[in-house]
Design a protein around this ligand. Structure first.
Ligand code: THU
Length: 134
């Protein structure tokens, strides 16, 4: 896994912050944006989309991944996630499993105050069950 350049991380975080503006979150009022960098350099974005039937909510990460996969992308370099929490907006358990399905190797976060952090998928979901186990 090659490390992303600072400018690429910057571009990904900017795209995630733009996507966050589209968040549909009338129930939690917690807006999240994500930007997924494909192997070929294309960026797909997503925001969280909530539902009056709360359990049907889609997280920003999964919206980005589903858009990319629906457009034919299958190979990914990294995803950026931004939310309104004080700390980094970490992917939920369901999103970690979906990140594992598509082997998204790195997660980049930025807090509201601009503090950046990065995590490998292995750190976030150790001993995972995935497509290689079937
Ligand atoms: N959410 C995301 O979109 N991504 C995350 O990483 C954490 C949580 C959304 C789901 C819900 O719309 C809101 O944040 C509060 O949980």
């Amino acid at each position: 896994m090659s490390e992303l350049s600072t400018s690429l991380v910057e571009a990904l975080l900017v795209a995630a912050k733009e996507a966050k503006q589209q968040s549909y979150s009338p129930y939690s009022h917690f807006a999240v944006g994500a930007a997924l960098l494909c192997e070929d350099g294309t960026i797909f974005t997503g925001c969280n989309i909530e539902n009056a039937s709360y359990g049907l909510t889609n997280c920003a990460e999964r919206v980005a991944i589903q858009s990319a996969v629906a457009a034919g992308q299958r190979s990914f370099q990294a995803i950026a996630i931004v939310g309104d929490s004080i700390g980094p907006c970490m992917p939920c358990g369901a999103c970690r499993q979906v990140l594992a399905e598509f082997k998204v190797p790195m997660v980049h976060c930025e807090t509201k105050s601009g503090v950046r952090s990065a995590y490998s998928l292995d750190e976030l979901l150790p001993h995972s069950f995935g497509p290689d186990d079937l």
